[in-house]
Design a protein around this ligand. Structure first.
Ligand code: ZN
Length: 435
């Protein structure tokens, strides 16, 4: 916004200088002055654009320059004697603005109406000054003209032409430098024009600085809906799991949900605020414990029983466990079922592994107990954290036995909205506010 205000100010100042210079010297404002002012204004917009976006969106420098000068050079002298300044200005806007618009569209496949608005604004200001100088105070101008000798006036108009030529050379040089440095067309296309930009604008959890990543991910997954592309990229799923550049240290004080996955870890010495016994020697947070006891009570009423197989684990414990698995499986295999130290949900005291057979997780899949937990866990504030077919998102194979306490409200929302992973929920409800 600041840059746009500066741009408008610059347009005003350029016109002010041009017209006041004419006024001061008693010269009637002519097409050359207007041409110069409008040309300057265009370049002000150009510079403002660059400051604002770091790239020039609207057309290419050299061609923009050409469309700026050619219509002025060709048409203005022809119509100068027949039309009033106002009509000339309108024609100028149509020629320059229109051509820049077309060029911009050809170049970037998009059109920024702001461009024309800026030029229209510049010319409008110019017209107001023309009125002031030429129409409102004609007597004052006459008096100035009389004072000046004819020779001087000729000299001044020569000066204006020289200035115009200088400006042209300067612009031309600038455009050439831009072209030679190769920054122009390629960079514009890469940095500013996104394939699905318009669609991203309608997705409330799409972040502007990730448009390039969305496009890249969409290209890799042509059948995926853009809504899904966006939240997946927001969850860093376009990156390699455990990439440190995308890893965040989770805030241990987070009430819920506390997202722990292959991009969100806890510190080495992390320990939940409070842990209580959930079953025998197994400990978990008090909220998890209360909710779990509710769950097993209802389950037992139906004649079923489940046991805790694993609950809270320290980072050190997880390291030993992970290393133990590495003795028999490759690191790639182990990563699909055991998290690295610091990245396990079990560190939080909110995750439980359960089974109807003591100490045997693999027996759980396909059991009546598993089916019931799958259907009803949300009512108690739990989610089945590593669902079937979600390995792309969670990084883990299907673990029907691993449930995580997130609280009833979140579990209910996920259930109602058909959200199957905490990753998706956090993007849509925590990191971004649903409108
Ligand atoms: Zn687990």
């Amino acid at each position: 916004m600041l840059y746009y205000i500066l741009g408008i100010l610059a347009v005003v100042v350029v016109h002010l200088i041009t017209y006041l210079k004419c006024y001061e010297n008693g010269i009637k404002v002519n097409w050359l002055h207007m041409w110069m002012s409008a040309g300057f204004s265009c370049y002000m917009v150009y510079i403002v654009e660059y400051l604002h976006n770091n790239v020039i969106e609207n057309g290419i420098g050299l061609a923009k320059l050409a469309v700026m000068f050619i219509p002025a050079g060709l048409f203005m002298p022809i119509i100068y004697k027949r039309f009033k300044y106002f009509l000339m200005n309108i024609l100028y806007v149509l020629c320059v603005g229109g051509l820049i618009g077309v060029l911009q569209y050809i170049n970037c496949h998009k059109f920024n109406p702001l461009n024309i608005v800026f030029e229209l604004f510049g010319v409008l200001i110019g017209y107001i000054f023309t009125m002031i100088v030429n129409e409102i105070s004609p007597e004052f101008r006459k008096r100035c003209v009389i004072k000046k000798r004819k020779k001087q006036i000729r000299y001044l108009s020569f000066e204006a032409e020289t200035l115009a030529l200088l400006v042209f050379i300067l612009f031309f040089a600038g455009a050439m430098v831009e072209r030679i440095s190769g920054r122009d067309i390629e960079k514009q296309k890469g940095a500013v024009v996104y394939e699905h930009e318009d669609e991203y604008k309608d997705i409330y959890y799409a972040d502007k600085d990730k448009y390039d990543r969305y496009d890249a991910y969409a290209k890799l997954h042509p059948d995926m809906k853009l809504e899904d592309v966006v939240w997946r990229v927001d969850a860093n799923l376009d990156q390699e799991f455990y990439d440190e550049a995308y890893t965040t240290m989770a805030d241990a004080n987070t009430k819920s949900p506390l997202l722990i996955n292959k991009f969100n870890r806890v510190s080495e010495d992390y320990e939940p605020e409070k842990l209580v016994s959930i079953e025998g020697d197994y400990v978990a947070t008090p909220e998890t414990t209360t909710a779990y006891h509710e769950l097993i009570n209802d389950l037992e009423d139906l004649g079923m029983k489940i046991y805790v197989v694993s609950s809270y684990r320290s980072v050190e414990y997880q390291r030993n466990l992970h290393n133990y698995y590495l003795k028999s499986d490759t690191p790639e295999e182990v990563d699909t079922y055991s998290s690295r130290a610091g990245y396990s949900e079990h560190h939080t005291g909110r995750a439980l592994d359960i089974s109807q057979v003591r100490g045997n997780l693999n027996a759980f899949e396909g059991s009546d107990e598993a089916a019931w937990v799958y259907e009803n866990a949300y009512k108690y504030g739990f989610i089945v954290r590593y669902m079937d077919n979600e390995i792309d998102v969670t990084g883990y194979i299907f673990e029907p036995w691993h449930i995580t306490y997130v609280g009833k409200e979140i579990a209910q929302t996920m259930h109602d909205e058909g959200i199957t992973t905490l990753e998706e929920y956090v993007v849509k409800y925590v990191d971004h506010k649903k409108p």
